[in-house]
Design a protein around this ligand. Structure first.
Ligand code: TXA
Ligand code: MG
Length: 349
């Protein structure tokens, strides 16, 4: 399949590009597009055949449900139930934006889209190109992150093309994404709301609207043998090709330990890489040292993490060590993705 590549340039032509992309989706095809979190791989959410194609293009297990993206508040009730009004409250507070809700689904949504579940994940993204595309496609676009299953989610169209060229109909290039980590997933199907995947919208922010909100215990707990409630969280996602470990402890000792580990790997002839904050990056001796941004700047760290993991792949780095970052606020999402990328391999300095 030849993949069309369209660059959104802010001109009057963008309208035409979105219309063309919308036609492709309506006809059952697949279009990758930017959102404020990461690039999505879109298909018509109400067409079971489109959902099957999404799973095939990503190489994703079909028991891993897709998020349905909408572009109008009123469309929520066409696909999901909100028996107690909590969904409306959350929508008003955080939509459009990086927040996905799990709700009981209505019959309009095919089981192919929800991976066989009777619940559906719904999100109203804030990115204008995403909204334009969803509207042009008829209002309901199923979109997982636009990466091959097991790779970091793409934060720019270049990485989408790396994974998806020849496998989908079109890539809409809207430049680099803003946030860089996937949306927060909030389960509203039980009495107590629960975060199934941490993201930009934090537990504290949700608690201001809903009162008590819990976090799925499996998220930061490597030892947990329970199944996470979001089926996708059980897979070893975001995995770089090389081996990655996170080194925790008092900062000075972390630096010493990482340098020691890199030296050892280098002696074995391996290419080494380090992920560090701006403040400590100059202290490392490795083949490739990547700075994620200032330690206090969670947004910068979130923004660069996936790009760095992909860069290490491109450079053929075989052994990687990362500093641990503070897990407050959005830091919880950062550590969740980093630990998953490392297969929960943690070393105490
Ligand atoms: O920011 C995002 O959410 C991006 C952009 C493209 O919107 N999308 C995204 O989709 O990250 P994906 O498919 O890569 O991740 C969706 C996650 C998976 O872990 C999946 O298991 C979970 O959401 N999920 C979807 N539907 C669910 C449901 N009904 N119940 C529980 N978890 C669900
Ligand atoms: Mg994904």
């Amino acid at each position: 399949m030849k993949t069309l590549y369209e660059v959104m340039d802010g001109s009057g032509e963008d309208e035409k590009r979105l219309r063309k992309a919308g036609e492709i989706l309506k006809a059952g095809g697949l279009v990758a597009f930017p959102t404020e979190t990461v690039y999505g791989l879109g298909g018509d959410a109400l067409n079971p055949e489109s959902s099957r194609r999404i799973y095939a293009a990503k190489g994703r297990p079909s028991d891993n449900p897709l998020i349905v993206h909408i572009c109008r508040f009123s469309d929520l009730e066409r696909i999901a139930w909100d028996p107690d009004g909590r969904a409306a409250l959350i929508a008003r507070a955080f939509w459009p934006g990086p927040l996905t809700m799990i709700l009981k689904k209505k019959d309009t949504v095919p089981m192919e889209t929800t991976g066989g579940l009777s619940t559906v994940a719904v999100r109203f993204p804030s990115h204008p190109a995403a909204q334009g595309l969803i509207a042009a496609a008829g209002g309901f676009v199923a979109a997982p992150s636009a990466n091959t299953s097991g790779k970091p989610s793409p934060t720019s169209a270049r990485y989408v093309a790396e994974d998806m060229d020849g496998r989908i109909d079109m890539i809409l290039d809207g430049g680099d994404v803003g946030i860089g980590l996937e949306s927060t997933i909030l389960d509203l199907t039980e009495d107590e709301p629960m975060i199934l995947r941490p993201g930009y919208v934090t537990q504290e922010m949700l608690e201001e609207v809903l009162g008590r909100v819990s976090v799925d215990r499996t998220i930061l707990d490597a030892a947990s043998d329970r199944r996470p409630k979001a089926p996708g969280m059980k897979y070893r996602h975001y995995a770089p090709k090389g081996e990655l470990a996170v080194v925790e402890g008092e900062p000075g000792r972390v630096t010493l330990r990482i340098n020691e580990l890199c030296q050892k790997a280098a002696a074995e002839g391996k290419k080494t890489g380090v992920i560090a904050a701006d403040e400590t990056a100059p202290l490392y001796l490795a083949d490739s040292v990547k700075s994620v941004g200032s330690r206090a700047d969670e947004e910068a760290i979130a923004h660069s993490l996936y790009r760095i993991l992909r860069e290490f792949d491109d450079e053929g780095v075989e052994v990687m060590y990362s500093e641990a970052f503070p897990s407050k606020g959005m830091g919880q999402a950062i550590m969740n993705r980093l630990l998953k990328a490392a297969g929960h391999h943690v070393i105490e300095a």
